[in-house]
Design a protein around this ligand. Sequence first.
Ligand SMILES: [Zn+2]
Length: 593
Amino acid sequence: MSNAEQIWDLESIFPGGSSSPELQMQLEAVRTQIAALQAQVEALTSGLTLEQLKTLVHDMQDVQINLGQCRAFVSCLTAQNVRDNKAKLLQGDLGQIGASLAGVFTAIDHIFVSIPEEKWQSFLEDGELKELKFALNERRDVAKIKMSPELESLVTDLEVDGYHAWSHLYYTIVGDMSIEMELAGKPQTLSMGQAANLLSSPDPKVRQGVFEKYEQAWSEKAELFASTLNHLAGFRINLYKNRGWDDVLSEPLQRNRMERATLDAMWAAVQGGKPHLVKFLERKAEILGLDQVAWCDLWAPVGDAGKEIPLAEAKTFVVDQLRKFSPDIADFTERAIAKRWVEAEDRGGKRPGAFCTSLPLSKESRVFMTYSGTISSLGTLAHELGHAYHGYVLKDAPLFLRRYAMNVAETASTFGELLVVDGAIGAASTPEEKLGILEDKIGRSVSFFMDIHSRFLFETRFYDARKKGLVSAAQLNELMAGAQKEAFLDSLKEYHPHFWASKLHFYSTGVPFYNFPYTFGYLFSAGVYARAKAEGQGFAQNYARLLADTARMSVEDLAKKHLGVDLTKPDFWEAAVKLATDDVEEFLQLTQK
Ligand SMILES: [Zn+2]
């Protein structure tokens, strides 16, 4: 395949990369728009007419579309070349613009709150605003339960050198950490990310060796990170207390537009599926020649990873699998590939990981990844193209109705990935290859059902303890290992007590409780996939309509409307969990002696 087919087209968005004059013009236009919006807000002395509200709502979305276009473009630049210093400066500019816009939005939200209830609801019956009712009510409701605009803006100011600073400090220290190890007879210095990757090495000595050093490295920083985690949590608890929020889960649940009963029903179904995964871990131990699987063996490969799949073949395979379900999705995906929305080249200087970003102004998407020819790389390609399809379905909706939450964000991506991975299992040329793909797939269920559940248990318990006072590093270890033991049904030989120090998500100030939305997303998508398998192509239209509604209602309403199910009840979740346990049954059969 020629080079040009592996790299994406960014020139048609803003020509000239990080030196693009067109990009500078767009940024200047956004700054002007924000200043105009600010002036508009200041000019509103008392009361707000329907026309003024409509103008505000229109302008809020318009400026976000224009800013979003720049943001997406710059994120592509920084990903494709980590040494693009101009792109880094642009990122800084965007941060500042974003902060000034957030300030104006906070002021606007409080104007919304100040409108008397009856008047507000009558405004929302207006033709143009009616469609946005959900989004506008949500904005106003969230602003209502916060403190006064003066206090909230003080919080935002203080967060920069307090809350967020603790998080930045953590990331900086982790970036500097390394492990010295002898690999294949040569001494090597590994970053923490590289070390973590070695935990999926087929060599048990490498896995154990790395894991010991890995735990050791985190334990050396345990006091430092324990105090960081305590201050982050302390900040959050105090802020919640001042806002009058007594449950630490209220913010994450609200952000994910879901009810507590839904979360409980989901975990209950997960719990019911776990004994199957324990059987899987037992069989995996046998295959690996171990008496019991330890934490460091969880990602050890089993079976054969299969032959290398060239990128061109992978693209065709993805499109062919999608076509079996929906010709529309297949056609869209084919066009996205032909228009070079995908950056997949395996070269140095690229950021690790994969993502899909949508360009709200040009109504396109871009997919970023480093394609390596493995089955998991093929899955990633399908995953990211699934995100692109989600963006495509939403592209003509008002911006406020394109903002889906984290828990439904993975619906289309996981769906596409499941479709393609199952296709690959069906197309495997040897039993060993089939086993390898299946094992990789079940490994993801282990992560979502057990590992992420342990993070949820840990974080909930940690917050309870933190409310009473500081929690020591030793106590954190105890809480973590205890949560892991419980979430894995006591099935591992050894746990990872310093996991709390190593997991970046615990230190994120952008997303509180960065855990259960993952499991939700995976199972929600699996449940939709189960329905698609049962109903076949006839479900494709429903599927597109469901995706189109992901940012227009609560997840409970979404499921009721498009799947006819009640997410607060176990049925839907149990059907989704069963897909994973069926995989385990197949694995057990395939590996029976
Ligand atoms: Zn994703």
